[in-house]
Design a protein around this ligand. Structure first.
Ligand code: ADE
Ligand code: ZN
Length: 347
């Protein structure tokens, strides 16, 4: 028989919301920083990854991209990141957000970034059976015109692995303001790219950002969205549209300051009938991993086995992959649930 903690650890999982740079391990980050002579404020992980809030974290997130320069760096981070997540949380499928604009500023073009990323992820898929898709993410610090140019490039390159767009970071005014990028989203939608966006993530964000992302941007899925529970009409809208929210329990405690317990907004979202799927967001920076997000995050919010299984399945339903891949994952997950349910120690 196994404990509930082991059960959560062993559940098969997808991850729909992680940023590529954040899938690096700390030792690899330090190794690459040394390789390129990138000066870090400190090499002690406890200090390097100590953040006061989202803005503080985003500074480190931006400079972390500076250690990814050569194709071998992308390939290695991609491959090793999958290997770790399989070991740390039984990852079975993953979607990566990556911001081409961060790399453009460092002289790397769209294909300089995507080709080695895809090559590393393909190698990992061959070795670990973990499928993947990629989301080209708009950096909100950049202009709407730059976002449109990035989406135009994604459309022109038409890589089958790049299936959607997202938006993250904060605007130069430190707001979310998702509708600022409406033109880029409309363009993506017209060309069959699926759409997600980071919204309503912290106490400083607005629940109306969820409405804007759904009604103005046409998002099929959303990242975070926690402030939605302050606006019942928006909850209703998201329920009607059956939106899946990618939520990141442990990571979010640092960015939002909300305590992780049974009163947490993620739990309130579940209780309100919204669909959530659990991810790490920025595993290296927040010293978390996919297993921990389930084991500690879900357990701290009082989420029980049936809800945990539903969350794992939401991570399939909300994925931006084809129906055959989803059907295969569903069959694999439901078979694993039967095995795990049979050995779970009753509460
Ligand atoms: N970029 C990486 N992680 C992020 C987060 N949690 N919020 C906004 N932008 C991000
Ligand atoms: Zn994120």
């Amino acid at each position: 028989m196994i404990s509930y903690s082991d059960y959560l650890q062993l559940l098969p999982k997808t991850e729909l919301h992680c940023h590529f740079a954040s899938t690096m391990t700390a030792p690899l980050f330090l190794e690459l920083a040394a390789k390129y002579g990138v000066q870090l404020p400190t090499t002690y992980p406890d200090e390097l990854f100590a953040f006061d809030d989202l803005r503080d974290f985003l500074v480190a997130f931006r400079y972390a991209h500076d250690v990814l320069r050569e194709p071998a760096d992308f390939e290695r981070v991609a491959y090793e990141g999958v290997r770790s997540a399989v070991a740390d949380g039984n990852l079975r499928y993953r979607e990566y957000a990556i911001n081409p604009q961060y790399f453009a500023a460092r002289g790397l073009g769209y294909r300089d970034v995507m080709d080695p990323l895809i090559s590393g992820l393909r190698d990992a898929e061959a070795d670990f059976g973990v499928g993947f898709r990629i989301i080209a993410a708009i950096n909100r610090r950049e202009s709407p015109a730059s976002a449109v140019a990035m989406v135009e490039e994604a459309i022109a390159q038409a890589l089958p692995e790049v299936v959607g767009i997202g938006q993250d970071d904060l605007t130069p005014e430190d707001t979310e303001d998702p509708a600022r990028f409406a033109e880029a989203y409309a363009l993506a939608g017209r060309h069959g790219l699926l759409r997600t966006a980071h919204v309503a993530e912290t106490p400083f964000a607005q629940p109306s950002a969820v409405r804007d992302a759904l009604e103005v941007l046409g998002c099929e899925r959303l990242d975070h969205g926690y402030r939605i529970v302050d606006e019942p009409a928006v909850v209703e809208l998201a329920r009607e549209r059956d939106v899946v929210f990618t939520v990141t329990p442990v990571s979010t405690t640092i960015c939002s300051g909300w305590h992780l317990d049974e009163h947490h907004r993620i739990r309130a979202m579940i209780d309100a009938g919204l669909r959530v799927a659990v991810s790490t967001d920025d595993a290296m920076f927040f010293r978390t991993d996919l297993g921990r997000e389930y084991r500690e995050g879900l357990a701290a919010m009082g989420v029980e086995a049936d809800a945990a299984k539903a969350i794992a399945l939401n991570g399939i339903d909300g994925a931006f992959c084809d129906d055959d891949t989803k059907a295969r994952l569903r069959a694999e997950f439901t078979a694993a649930f039967l095995t795990l349910d049979a050995v779970l120690t009753p509460a």
